[in-house]
Write a protein that binds this ligand. Structure first.
Ligand SMILES: Nc1ncnc2c1ncn2[C@@H]1O[C@H](COP(=O)(O)OP(=O)(O)OP(=O)(O)O)[C@@H](O)[C@H]1O
Ligand SMILES: [Mg+2]
Length: 294
């Protein structure tokens, strides 16, 4: 089982879209995938058609499960996760898709509890995932924006961390800060957790003919800051944003069109980097300013 988290401090850049579509892409390739929604906004759940409401549903919130575990109660993840493999039924694949869903009030309480218990409690999710590792090939974690005890818990759970950037200056800073935070996790967890930074996905990008100075500067800036952008980026595409309303990731609604192809290509690059030393990672070429449009 490989666990990776999609994280950046900057809000609204595409963490959730990236998480659910990469997860769906892995499932389409035949893998057994668990998507973990660690953001109290619960958007990853929405994106795969699960919204927790009512008392009985709150008991299935990851927020509730984390609180219980932190108070030393035994928790069985298999009794709370949602099987969304029905989303794959139009495809002849052996993969599966599960979701650990969340809800705001229980997640906020979990966040406060982790904060109170301090950094040594952040491996809580990793320990729980390791207990169910025979069920999954990949776990993909969606994280909240901003620095919080929940984002620290997500990083501690991960073997690898992918960050996301949109072509705006503030996003570059958020991605760089996240990479910096990843480097501290091992020390802060007494060596128990050791996530590796794997690179940045440029999301909501424009076609090269429409690149303005800002987009060129950010692309070059990501290279200069050693953020290791992936060669494939994800264009601004309403098929990706509209899919939230259907509760079905764009990759599954448009599997043989651009969304399906782009995320499969990106996922391939992410998996390749997991097997390579950093010196071998392929990144895009630097853009010379005269080749930029507008
Ligand atoms: N490639 C894309 N093309 C078009 N719309 C996109 C794309 N990626 C994300 N969006 C849209 O941008 C908005 C923010 O995306 P998303 O929710 O994935 O970001 P986020 O980083 O998870 O946000 P938050 O920080 O609030 O959790 C959403 O409305 C989403 O549908
Ligand atoms: Mg999100």
């Amino acid at each position: 089982m490989i666990v990776f988290a999609v994280a950046t401090q900057k809000g609204g850049v595409g963490k959730t879209s990236t998480t659910v579509n990469l997860g769906a892409s892995l499932a389409l390739s035949g893998a057994r995938v668990l998507i973990v929604d660690l953001d109290p906004q619960a958007q990853a759940g929405t994106a795969v058609g699960v919204n927790l409401t009512g008392e009985d549903q709150l008991a299935r919130s990851l927020g509730w499960v984390l609180q219980a575990r932190l108070q030393n109660m035994r928790m069985d993840l298999a009794s709370v996760w949602f099987d969304r493999s029905d989303l794959l039924e139009d495809f002849e694949v052996a993969g599966s898709l599960h979701l650990l869903a969340c809800e705001e009030s229980t997640m906020t309480a979990a966040q406060d509890l982790i904060h109170k218990k301090g950094y040594q409690s952040t491996p809580v999710l990793r320990r729980m995932l390791l207990e169910v590792q025979e069920h999954f090939d990949y776990v993909v974690i969606d994280t909240p924006p901003a620095v919080s005890s929940l984002s620290a818990t997500a990083l501690a759970a991960a073997d690898y961390v992918v960050t996301v950037l949109e072509p705006e200056y503030a996003a570059l800073k958020g991605a760089a800060a996240t990479r910096g935070t990843v480097a501290y996790v091992k020390d802060r967890t007494g060596g128990e957790c050791d996530p590796q930074y794997l690179g940045v996905v440029v999301n909501q990008s424009n076609p090269p003919s429409k690149w303005k100075a800002q987009e060129v500067n950010i692309r070059n800036g990501a290279l200069d800051a050693d953020l290791a952008p992936f060669r494939t980026d994800v264009r601004r595409d309403t098929r990706i944003s509209d899919s939230f309303a259907y509760g079905v990731p764009a990759v599954l609604r448009f599997a043989s069109h651009a969304p399906g192809k782009i995320y499969a290509e990106l996922m391939g690059q992410i998996l390749t980097r997991m097997t390579q030393p950093k010196q071998k990672w392929e990144t895009p070429d630097r853009i010379e300013s005269e080749s930029a449009g507008g």
